[in-house]
Structure formats: structure tokens, C-alpha cells
Design a protein around this ligand. Structure first.
Ligand SMILES: Nc1nc2c(ncn2[C@@H]2O[C@H](COP(=O)(O)OP(=O)(O)O)[C@@H](O)[C@H]2O)c(=O)[nH]1
Ligand SMILES: [Mg+2]
Length: 271
């Protein structure tokens, strides 16, 4: 190799192995290179007598999530300081979050002051549906973002009157994946699984269920019609999320709602 050439080659470091130029993985006995080695890989290779270097994976989400976690802790302190319980409701689209909140505001919300922050990619439909004279509501539209984050919650919470509010519901963007990674500063994470989605979803989307304090099995009024096996769904939730309390309910018939309201009462009593 020409000493003026700044690009190190494999032959200089080790004559006997093949390096994948993108991953840096050393895989075999060869002098071939698919591209010039980076200075970092060359240095790692030179430090390795066997000519093998470890593949390092870099999680690009870390700085973003660290920032979110700091804001989430700030939200949590703010909510605690105000004496209100914040619940983050997450589910796939159409699992029944807004319908449950409508009924909750009409019943539980008559005796305990509640507020709602609701997120969707577009439209303020849910904000309109939830609008009640006795409960402040703020709609967050996220555009292309598939989840709410702690910064959005901080801004939206400032935009409504939280005086006297004891329960703050946060209806997250309908998605069983992205919201799992974003702490909003809530006291309780509530995951809804509806009978129309199938019993196997906890097994297919474990992170969100693993992070749940409470799982609501919704639309149980149509379970039989759909051939949905409630016991199997409960078993699957328990397998993935043994820590979570489970309530089966229907916002249409009212089944299970007293248990949901009792859960909320207990949270409020603890504040
Ligand atoms: N049968 C039945 N349908 C429900 C129930 N809750 C919600 N739905 C229906 O499910 C659909 C989606 O509900 P919505 O509350 O908008 O879901 P979200 O996207 O999770 O907010 C609507 O057509 C609701 O009327 C329920 O308990 N039983
Ligand atoms: Mg909704």
C-alpha cells in the first residue's frame, strides 16, 4: 500500500479475514473488501489479534427517548403537584377509547371533575365528541406522528383549565406499537383490547401490554356474536402482562363500567 494513501486496507491489519464494509463484521478468510474500511473499523481491527471485530449496534432512538423521559418526569411532578391522576389510554384505532370516555364523562365525570387530552393524526372529531360543558378537552393533532409525546402533553395541559380536575384522561393516537415507547408522565397506562380485534393481539404486540397497569377488554357485548373467546383473551393478557389488572366492559350496555369507575375512584382517593 502506498504510504500516502489515507485509506487503510485489510491487508495492513490482518491478511486473513473478510470484513463487511457496512456492518464491520469479520466473516471469513479472504483479502476481499467490499469498500474501504472506516478509520473506526480499522482501529478496532488493528486492536484485535485474531482479525475479528465486534459488530456494534447503535440505537438511534436513545437521545429522543431520553428527552421525552425528562419531560415526562416533569409532567408527572406537575400532575402530582396538582393532585390529579393522569391516565394514558392506548389501543389500536377503533377499540373504543372515545366511546368509553364519552360515557365516563357523562357518568363518573358528573361527580368527579375530569379533563381530556386527545390525540389523532388529523381532525378534531374526537375532541368534538368529548366536548362537555363540565369537562375541559384539548385536541392534539400530530400530523404524521404515530404517538403522543411528553412535550405535546405539557403544551396541551397548559392550554386547558385544570382547576379542580381530579382525573386527566389522555387518549393516545390509535396504534399498538409506537405509544409503548413514550412515557407521557401518566400515573396509569390503560391498554384497551376490543373483541373485534381477536384474542391473539397481546401475544403479537407484547410491549404495549407489558407496560400496562390496566387492560380493558372492550365491546364485550358483541363477543358472542363474533365468536370471540373472552377466557382465551384474558389468558393471553395474563401471559404477557401478569402485572396488569383486567376489566371486561361494554360502553354500550354498561357491563363492567362500575368496576372501571371504582378503579378511578381508588386512584382519586390516593391523590
Ligand atoms: N358494540 C360496541 N361497539 C362499540 C363499543 N365501544 C365503541 N364501539 C364502537 O366502536 C367504534 C369505534 O369506537 P371509538 O370510540 O371511536 O374508538 P377509538 O378509535 O378507540 O376512539 C364506534 O363505531 C363505536 O360505536 C362497545 O362497547 N360496544
Ligand atoms: Mg378515538
Amino acid at each position: 500500500m502506498n504510504s500516502l494513501d489515507p485509506t487503510p486496507t485489510l491487508a495492513e491489519s490482518s491478511p486473513d479475514c473478510r470484513i463487511h464494509a457496512l456492518t464491520g463484521a469479520a466473516t471469513g478468510l479472504s483479502r476481499e473488501l467490499s469498500a474501504p474500511l472506516s478509520a473506526e473499523i480499522s482501529a478496532a481491527l488493528a486492536a484485535s489479534p485474531g482479525g475479528e471485530i465486534a459488530v456494534r449496534s447503535v440505537d438511534v432512538n436513545i437521545p429522543l427517548l431520553e428527552k421525552n423521559d425528562i419531560l415526562a418526569e416533569r409532567n408527572r411532578g406537575y400532575f402530582l403537584g396538582r393532585g390529579l391522576a393522569a391516565l394514558n389510554l392506548v389501543s389500536s384505532p377503533g377499540a373504543g377509547k372515545t366511546t368509553l370516555l364519552e360515557r365516563t364523562l357523562d357518568e363518573f365525570g358528573r361527580r368527579t371533575r375530569c379533563a381530556v387530552l386527545v390525540g389523532d393524526l388529523e381532525t378534531d372529531n374526537d375532541g368534538q365528541r368529548l366536548s362537555r360543558p363540565h369537562a375541559p378537552v384539548a385536541q392534539i393533532t400530530t400530523g404524521t406522528v404515530c404517538h403522543l409525546d411528553a412535550g405535546m402533553i405539557a403544551r396541551a395541559a397548559q392550554s386547558i383549565d385544570l382547576d379542580g380536575v381530579r382525573v386527566l384522561f389522555i387518549e393516545n393516537v390509535g396504534n399498538l406499537v409506537c405509544p409503548a415507547s413514550f412515557d407521557l408522565g401518566e400515573q396509569r397506562r390503560v391498554v384497551l383490547l376490543s373483541t373485534t380485534e381477536g384474542e391473539d393481539k397481546p401475544l403479537k404486540y407484547p410491549p404495549i401490554f407489558k407496560s400496562a397497569h390496566l387492560v380493558l377488554l372492550t365491546k364485550v357485548d358483541v363477543a358472542d356474536l363474533l365468536g370471540f373467546k373472552r377466557e382465551l383473551a384474558v389468558e393471553n393478557i395474563r401471559r404477557v402482562a401478569p402485572q396488569a389488572k383486567i376489566i371486561q366492559l361494554s360502553s354500550r350496555t354498561g357491563e363492567g363500567l362500575p368496576e372501571w369507575y371504582a378503579y378511578l375512584d381508588a386512584l382519586v382517593a390516593r391523590r
